[in-house]
Design a protein around this ligand. Structure first.
Ligand SMILES: [Zn+2]
Length: 282
């Protein structure tokens, strides 16, 4: 048995054929799916799916790229949702500096080139700074909430490694985090293992251009990794470019088994043990 620890089944991509998607997962040995909320609406949909299907559990949180779109007391609402019996963790939360708001700033044609450049630099600093601050505040608030509720945390980190680790470090020993879709260096993996955290691998392990991810997958301790799809994104080879689905977790696990020179059963046993220890599964 395998668990897809990171799926987005509430996305419209599955509206038409979720039942068959779940059936294919079951046939592939993927008997449990964690569907991850990215905002309050998405969290509510994730919980509704978990209520309807025994194989599905929900993870609720506010994705870092959505922090400026969530009106009102989202933290109060998240606290309420997180106490639902089928909520298994808080997330996805974290930091994402991949696309900063300054990229979308209009240029100022009335000013001289130099003045315009200075104005744009200043404005970029201000809008990017406040965006980063909003992400940091939402991330820390969700880490506090996880501690309060005794839950672990699913982390999304993109182009923001140092700040993510800096904000997470004070929680060492109080909670555990999984760095989902891990794509960083082996030494960065070791840095978070020292703090008690885990990594999780997607279909990227099957991509030709991802030798570093395979290097991490080859060396990570058996009790420090999970498997996931991040579906509908990142479909593994031979489905690359198409819609991913939870059944593909098996391809991810098979690839990791091949890399580590062990059987699929061994990967399944190791990751299931970690899933049971990490998530609150009612
Ligand atoms: Zn995700």
């Amino acid at each position: 048995m395998l668990t897809d620890t990171h799926a987005h089944l509430d996305y419209p991509d599955y509206a038409a054929d979720l039942e068959t998607v779940l059936e294919r997962a079951r046939e592939a040995g993927v008997r449990r799916i964690l569907t991850i909320g990215t905002g309050m609406e998405s969290n509510r949909r994730a919980i509704a799916l978990a209520e309807k299907y025994p194989a599905i559990h929900a993870v609720v949180g506010l994705h870092p790229t959505n922090v400026e779109e969530e009106p009102g007391d989202w933290l109060g609402e998240l606290r309420r949702l997180a106490t639902h019996p089928k909520v298994a963790a808080i997330g996805e939360t974290g930091l994402d500096y991949h696309r900063l708001p300054s990229e979308k700033l209009p240029s100022s044609p009335a000013l001289s080139a130099l003045q315009a450049e200075l104005a744009e630099d200043t404005e970029a600093m201000i809008v990017d700074g406040s965006y980063r601050a909003a992400q940091a505040e939402a991330f820390s608030a969700q880490l506090d909430l996880a501690c309060e509720l005794g839950l672990n945390v699913v982390i999304h980190q993109r182009d923001a490694w140092d700040d993510t680790v800096r904000l997470l470090r004070p929680y060492t020993g109080k909670l555990r985090a999984v760095f989902h879709c891990f794509g960083n260096l082996p030494e960065q993996a070791r840095e978070i293992f020292e703090m008690g955290h885990l990594v999780s691998f997607t279909g990227i392990v099957t991509f030709k251009n991802a030798p570093l991810v395979r290097e991490v997958a080859a060396s990570v301790p058996e009790d420090r990794f999970l498997v996931e799809t991040d579906c509908p994104y990142l479909a593994p080879v031979p489905h690359r470019g198409k819609r991913a689905e939870p059944a593909h977790t098996r391809l991810v696990a098979e690839k990791i088994a091949e890399i580590r020179g062990v059987s699929l059963d061994q990967i399944a046993a190791a990751t299931e043990k970690s899933v049971a220890a990490f998530f609150k599964l009612s």
